[in-house]
Design a protein around this ligand. Structure first.
Ligand SMILES: Cc1cc2nc3c(=O)[nH]c(=O)nc-3n(C[C@H](O)[C@H](O)[C@H](O)COP(=O)(O)O)c2cc1C
Length: 176
C-alpha cells in the first residue's frame, strides 16, 4: 500500500453513480444539478441523503423549497446531464439550454425529468452541516421510472460519464 493524495484516491474509487437533483428556486423556477454524493440512509421509511456544497445555487434552492427530485438520467441524456454538473442555475436556465423536459411530480413541487431511468420524489426532513457541504436528509414520498431505460450514468472522478446497465451492460461513450 502507498500513501495517496485525495485527488488520486477519488479517481481510483470511481465510478460513482451520477444523478440529477431537481429543485425550485425562490421564484419557483426549477433548476437541475449534477450530483454524485448521494446515498440511501434508511430502508423503512426509505430515506436518501444528498451532499450539496454551500456554494451551489441548488443549496439556495433547497433552503427555500425543502423538496427535490433525484433523477437518474438514462444514457441517451448524457450530454445534457453533464451540462447540469458544469453550469450553474445562477447563470443559465438549464431547462432552456437542454432537451430536458419537466414532468409533474405527484407528492412534491419540483418536477421529475422525462426519460430518466428512475426519479425519487423527496421531502427534506433534516440538514447536517458537514465541512463545506450540507447533507440534506429526505424521506422518499414516491418513486417513478421507465423500466425500458435500464442504463444510466456513472462518473469517472470529475472527468467523464460512462453508462452501466442494470443488466450489466457497459457503454464507455454514452449519448454519442
Ligand atoms: C460528476 C459530477 C459530480 C458532482 N457531484 C456533486 C455533489 O455531489 N455535490 C455538489 O454539491 N456538487 C456536485 N457537483 C458539482 C455541481 O453539479 C456543479 O457545481 C453545478 O454547476 C452546480 O449547479 P447549481 O449552481 O445550479 O446548483 C458535481 C459535478 C460533477 C460534474
Amino acid at each position: 500500500m502507498k500513501e495517496l493524495q485525495q485527488q488520486e484516491a477519488l479517481r481510483l474509487t470511481s465510478p460513482y453513480p451520477y444523478a440529477l437533483l431537481v429543485t425550485l428556486d425562490a421564484r419557483d423556477r426549477p433548476n437541475i444539478m449534477g450530483l454524485s454524493w448521494w446515498t440511501f440512509t434508511s430502508w423503512d421509511p426509505l430515506m436518501i441523503g444528498v451532499s450539496v456544497s454551500t456554494e451551489r445555487y441548488t443549496h439556495e434552492c433547497l433552503q427555500h423549497a425543502k423538496e427535490f427530485t433525484l433523477c437518474f438520467p438514462s444514457e441517451q441524456q448524457a450530454k445534457d446531464a453533464w451540462m447540469c454538473g458544469t453550469k450553474s442555475g445562477r447563470d443559465v436556465d438549464k431547462f432552456k439550454v437542454s432537451e430536458f423536459m419537466p414532468v409533474h411530480s405527484t407528492r412534491v413541487r419540483p418536477p421529475m425529468l422525462e426519460g430518466a431511468t428512475i426519479a425519487y420524489e423527496c421531502r427534506v426532513i433534516n440538514e447536517v452541516q458537514t465541512g463545506d457541504h450540507i447533507l440534506y436528509i429526505a424521506e422518499v414520498e414516491a418513486i417513478h421510472g421507465n423500466p425500458d431505460k435500464h442504463s444510466h450514468l456513472y462518473t469517472i472522478h470529475y472527468t467523464k460519464l460512462i453508462s452501466l446497465g442494470s443488466d450489466g451492460s457497459i457503454n464507455m461513450n454514452p449519448g454519442r
